[in-house]
Every structure is written in C-alpha cells, then in structure tokens.
Design a protein around this ligand. Sequence first.
Ligand code: ZN
Length: 448
Amino acid sequence: MIKIYTISGYEEVGKNMTAVGYSNGGREEVVIMDMGIMLDRVLIHEDTNIQKFSDKELQRLGAIPDDKILWKGGKNRKVVAITLTHGHLDHIGAIGKLGPHYPDVPIYGTPYTIKLAKSEVKSEEYFEVKNPMYETEYGEIVQVSENLAIEFVRSTHSIPQASMVVVHTPEGAVVHTGDFKFDNNSPLGEKPDYKRLKELGKEGVKVLIAESTRVAEPTKTPSERVAQMLLEDFFLYEGRDEVGLIATTFASHIARLQELIWLANEMGRQAVLVGRSLAKYAGIAKQLGLIKMKGARAVRSPNAVRKVLKEVSQARENYLLIVTGHQGEPGAVLTRMADGELYDIGGRDTVVFSAGTIPNPINLAQRYKLETKLRMKGVRMIKDMHVSGHASREDHRYLLRMLNPENIVPAHGDFRMLTHYAELAEEEGYLIGRDVFVSRNGYTVDIR
Ligand SMILES: [Zn+2]
C-alpha cells in the first residue's frame, strides 16, 4: 500500500514537507520530499537568530514542519531517503533542524540544490547535522531501499536545477512536481524533460503530488524570456537619462541576475551585487558554471558593503547596483538605504523592482513601508518587472494530460489553492474524494 504523508505546506505557501510510504505487509519504507521553513512566522519577532533556535521552538512558532506523524509507530517504519526538489528556503530551510530527526538518512538533490543545502547546514548553530548528502544527476535512478528507487526529472522554476521527484514503487510511480512552470525559452538553456514525463505517463503514475500556488490563474505562465524583455525594454533605449540605477530581485533567481549583469555591461556600467544572500547564491552558481560574473562584482561583508556603496554614490552613472530587499525585509540593503543608511538615496536614483510582492500581510506591510520611505525621498520606482516561477492552470493541465495519474494530491498552498487544483482535476475527469484528495497538515492519504 502507498501512503502520502501531507506533513506541511498544505495550509500555507511555505514550510513544505511531504513523505511517501510503501509497505507490502512488512516494515513500511518512507521517502521524505523537502524540509522547508516559513520565514515570516519568525520575522514577526524581531532580533531572531533562527540558527540558534531548537526544532521544538521553531515548530511551536509554526516556522518549520511538525513531522511527528512520521514518529508515531516509528518502529514499524523506516525513513530511507530525504529528497529535495529545489533550493528555495521553503523547501530546504529546515534541514538543519529536522535532518537530525533522521540521523544518517541520506539527502539527495541536484548539484545546485545540494550545495545550497550544505551551506544551510553549515550555518546551523543548534544541531550538528550528520546526514550524508549526494548530488544526483537528472535521469539517474537511485535504489534507496528494497522496494523504492528515486529519480529526479528536469523541470523549470525561478532557481536553477529544479526537479520533479519520482519515487518508484512496486505499485507504480509517485511523482512530486516540486515548484515548476513549463518554460520553453529559459535563458539558462534548461528545458522541462517532456520526453521523460511522457514516458512516466505511459509506464503508469499511481499518484501525482502537485503544487497549487497559481493554479487559479487561467493562463500559461510566461517564460523567463518575457521578464528579460521587460527589463531590456526599460534599460536599453537611446533616451535613457537615469543617473543612479538600483535593481532588486530574488537572490536565488540566477537567470534574472544574469540578465541584470548583461544589461549593466550593455549600458557600459558595472554591476555590483550587494548583500550576503546575493553573494552566496551567485557564488555557488558561479562554481557550477551557471552564471557568468564577467564585468560584475559581489560584496558581502558589512565593511565591504559600506565601502563600495560610498564609492558608487560618488559616481552613480557608472554602476548598476543589484541589492537585496525587494520585499522590504528588515536588515536588507534596500531597506537600510531607504532608512538613510549606507547610501544617500534620493531624487537622482531609480529603483527597479524585478520581483512581485509575496502576498502575505507581513510582506505587504514591509513593502508598503519601503515604498513610502523611498517615495518621501523622491526616488523613482519601476515595479513589477517580473514573471512568476509557478505554473498557471494551463501548465498544470498539460502536465496532467502527460502523466495521466491515477490519483492526485494537491500540495503547496492554502486550502483555497488546493481546492482550485481539485476543480481543475475535475475538469479533467477526476472526482474529489474518489481520486483527488485535498488534505491538511499532519494527515495521511491512503492510496488503495
Ligand atoms: Zn520554489
């Protein structure tokens, strides 16, 4: 029998964790998919250093998954592998706290994902995390127990090397989409592996666990190429007369960072990446050859940041600053600039937001505060130079038709998003309660 443990990420966007169990009468073998964190639950409390928190404290705050369902009846169950769909913190940010619950169980992911996971674990201060970590190539099938094997299938998202994770069981495949959209013109040269997805559909998919974040949007999500066009249309034209240019985007969005660096070079400016997380994600991407930093530089230490911003402020027309803080996060570079720290931002400066606002009340409030402060200083703002990394309804419909799964468990969203997915599935001939199962955090779905 196959069991889907809908541990977390089924009542919110954030702190994702799912597990797949298989047993044929004997001891149940379990594969975990993702261990994410939900940062806004912690940001409510100021001056928090998450690295120093225990698993219990963070679970009490609702910031990381409560995985006790995997502990109940633990003797009859064996966790054999932890898989990571991609490197975003809402998928890997809780490894430092929850990895030790499954000591010695190996963690698998694509190279970029595993390198980010290792950097998470390195900054962990409460636990020592000893799980071995393995970089897995697309297409490789790894036998992780007597009955179960795992496979990573190439997909596209707003971070490099995102995957759909397949757990092969004697009763058929269980496919977890991870976060994805179908980007057929990805500037990183990555394309979804449609061939393999179609093969899996033919071989037989027992269960599809599908992200639901944007399934209510009745469209197909535009390619990252469209975001590039938005940026090129703004930055590259003869009439341009900006002095100070400041762009802000997701630090892990390597394709977007590459585009901004390219634009800086085209404009004859130097791209300067400012902030710890930008330096981290770009640095690891550079090691793997996923980004070319030619003409650009990255600064991370507080002293270097202060020094470089002073230098830039004296000759703004020579630079494109790329900074953290697009959601108005406290402590991020743009937030501090708006507070009058680090750089005298004002009427000569233009800020380009290459990111949407993440729609939860804390982000909305922080972003509102940031924009108000910038406006008061006379800063010009260009917003929404962005496309989403999440599948819309028609990407999802295409996937459903390719995989033709027997059962569906919508994931990665609040109740409303999960039911929107169920509605799409019903359009495709499924029936809620029969072969589509809307679950909650901490419950299981038994597949018979
Ligand atoms: Zn993601």
